[in-house]
Design a protein around this ligand. Structure first.
Ligand SMILES: C[S@@+](CC[C@H](N)C(=O)[O-])C[C@H]1O[C@@H](n2cnc3c(N)ncnc32)[C@H](O)[C@@H]1O
Length: 285
């Protein structure tokens, strides 16, 4: 087992490796490993190769929780045949997991062909390169993501076509799962640009937060790690299994459905105000 003070490399039951954060006591992709999870949750579910193949102009991805860059590098590798220019905007408040992962590139496996780009990215916080026949522009915004969303910098960023949302779990990383965070994120989308955001959690609290923020929300694909995940989008067209009224009734009875309004983890049933607002959401009309 390789380790620094903050991160360890762990071998999963299926033989693949993943990065473990000692501070959060969480493994980044704990069951099926980083590449299989990124493929199931983001590449296949968002149909990224097909969407990019039919896309003209720049395709823009926001990568929330860059971590060890498994999501970014898996997306790059799986969409290589696309011709449209790709811009990836990564967000994290630390580069340490990526630096650690690069030192363990051989065991992790997913850095192959991209090591020079990652080295440049770590040094300059951006990397521009040609990948097969398309140009890739990858940039980093280093800092607290919830704070960044409220800054003028966030408003100057191009609105995304897809968001990879991969923070630590709500109990360990509540600041990344508050309702105000998702409301601020939704405001930065372009209503004329269809955008979807899959994430690994299927919790009622998360889904209510996304709905109240303005997203349409559906059940997301199984990943092999989770039997169901969540996908949110600014248009129903990008959601194959929208949450329905049965889900709404279950949420009404749930003991953990009220969004976190502050970055403090707690579980509580819906407030009457939230319940009123939920019922007014266009998805349930
Ligand atoms: C599960 S890891 C991400 C794994 C990554 N997507 C990958 O493919 O390797 C979660 C990441 O979220 C970042 N994070 C947590 N809280 C944050 C915050 N408040 N602002 C910015 N990044 C944050 C952590 O530093 C960590 O790298």
């Amino acid at each position: 087992m390789q380790s620094t003070a903050a991160y360890q490399l762990v071998k999963l039951a299926n033989g693949t490796h993943s990065v473990h954060s000692l501070a959060h006591r969480e493994t980044f992709h704990p069951v099926i490993g980083p590449v299989a999870e990124a493929e199931a949750l983001y590449v296949k579910q968002l149909r990224l190769p097909e969407r990019m193949a039919g896309h003209s102009g720049e395709f823009i991805i926001w990568d929330v929780g860059l971590g060890a860059a498994a999501n970014v590098l898996t997306v790059l590798r799986s969409t290589r045949d696309a011709h449209c220019p790709l811009r990836i905007i990564s967000f994290d408040h630390t580069m340490e997991p990526l630096e650690f992962a690069l030192q363990n590139a051989a065991a992790l496996g997913y850095f192959t062909d991209y090591e020079p780009a990652v080295e440049t990215f770590i040094r300059d916080h951006r990397a521009t390169f040609t990948d097969a026949s398309r140009s890739v522009n990858w940039e980093l915004h280093l800092g607290d993501f919830p704070t960044l969303l409220t800054s003028s910098t966030a408003h100057s960023l191009p609105a995304p076509h897809a968001i990879l949302f991969d923070a630590f779990s709500p109990a360990k990383n509540p600041a990344m799962w508050t309702q105000p965070l998702f409301a601020n994120l939704f405001r930065l989308l372009d209503p004329a640009r269809p955008c979807a955001l899959p994430t690994y959690s299927r919790s009622t609290m998360l889904r209510v937060s996304l709905l109240l923020a303005g997203f349409f929300v559906g059940a997301g694909h199984a990943t092999g790690e989770k039997e169901e995940t969540t996908i949110a989008a600014n248009t129903l067209d990008l959601i194959s299994e929208p949450l329905d009224k049965k889900w709404l009734q279950r949420a009404h009875k749930s003991t953990s459905a009220e969004p976190m309004w502050d970055p403090l983890y707690r579980q509580s049933p819906l407030s009457s105000d939230t319940w009123e607002k939920l019922q007014q959401h266009p998805q349930f009309k």
